[in-house]
Design a protein around this ligand. Structure first.
Ligand code: PSU
Length: 306
């Protein structure tokens, strides 16, 4: 289905949208820049299946051939997973990528924008971008934070990636007025680990409560979305003490090599993958699946409420 916007729905998503069925948006930067092939493709498929098994329809977002795609068919998903030079799209480059007719993968920020255009209110990812360590010199703060402040989509993530400066990330989210809701625990989770040592600003224990807060925020005329920080399951986590030395080593290497801007996050994820002998990727996959399940529950609850 093509709309007057440069926005194309896959048949599955078009049908769900017409029926008012629950839909969960999924991003694609995690496919092109966050995981190596073929695990990226396998994970993308498993995440979609997890959303379906939990009673919602997955809409993986990407820009291809001059259109935003809400939902990718199997062949298109595979093509994207095999496109290592896809652009990494955020708010700043979405329109330019469309104009140039290039292939682009959507980050959290760009996926929120595309989801909102497609009428989708819930989105699952791994971990959002945030304030990078050393941001006081580099000014490297992910556009994901500002997007959460202005686009009304609830984003389910396992916190912010632990390669970041988590206290500063929480500070910026507070300044921007973004509700940060830890799911089922008091602490803000740290992506590969359940614990960050930092209290979460808010806590909720059910999908229905999160859906109610999402709806009330809009009713009050408050701009922006919510961040749901869903801790990785205990059986899958890499405890902080295990992962921290690897994060420090990868950060030191990025610094020595002068890695900057959009290249930082993909470089760090790849180095930590190598340093943990692949365990960080196993945990990353597990946490995305866990987020997909919760997001489907929130999308269902939103519809049941209306
Ligand atoms: N979650 C993951 N892996 C990823 C990402 C999220 O498990 O690679 C991506 C998201 O697209 C997020 C981006 O928006 O990392 C953050 O990049 P940056 O730090 O450059 O803003």
């Amino acid at each position: 289905m093509t709309t007057p916007l440069p926005l194309t729905f896959s048949p599955e998503v078009a049908e769900a949208s017409a029926a008012g069925a629950p839909i969960v948006a999924l991003e694609s930067t995690i496919i092109t820049h966050g995981m190596p092939f073929p695990q990226n493709l396998e994970t993308a498929r498993r995440v979609e299946d997890t959303v379906r098994a939990a009673g919602a329809v997955p809409a993986t977002m990407a820009v291809m051939g001059g259109a935003i795609h809400a939902g990718l068919d199997a062949a298109t998903l595979e093509t994207l997973a095999r496109t290592p030079d896809a652009l990494k799209l955020s708010r700043a480059d979405l329109a330019a990528c469309l104009a140039a007719g290039r292939t682009g993968a959507t980050t959290v920020a760009a996926t929120m924008i595309c989801a909102h255009l497609a009428g989708i209110e819930v989105f699952a990812t791994g971990g959002i971008g945030g304030v990078h360590r050393g941001a006081e010199d580099s000014f490297d703060i992910s556009a994901d934070l500002h997007e959460l402040a202005q686009t009304p989509v609830t984003v389910v993530a396992a916190g912010a990636k632990a390669i970041l400066d988590l206290p500063k990330t929480l500070e910026v989210l507070e300044t921007l007025g973004v509700p940060v809701i830890a799911y089922g625990q008091d602490e803000f989770p740290a992506f590969w680990s359940r614990s960050s040592g930092l209290p979460a600003p808010l806590r909720m224990d059910s999908a229905a409560e999160i859906a109610a807060a999402h709806a009330l925020k809009a009713r009050l005329g408050l701009k922006g979305g919510q961040l749901v920080a869903n801790p990785i399951l205990e059986a899958d986590e890499l405890p902080r003490a295990v992962i921290l030395p690897h994060i420090e080593a990868a950060l030191a290497e990025a610094d020595a090599r002068g890695i900057a801007a959009k290249a930082v996050t993909p470089f760090l994820l790849q180095r930590i993958f190598e340093l943990t002998g692949g365990h960080s990727l196993d945990a990353n996959i597990a946490l995305v699946l866990n987020n997909a399940r919760l997001a489907a529950g929130i999308a269902r609850a939103l519809i049941e409420m209306r």
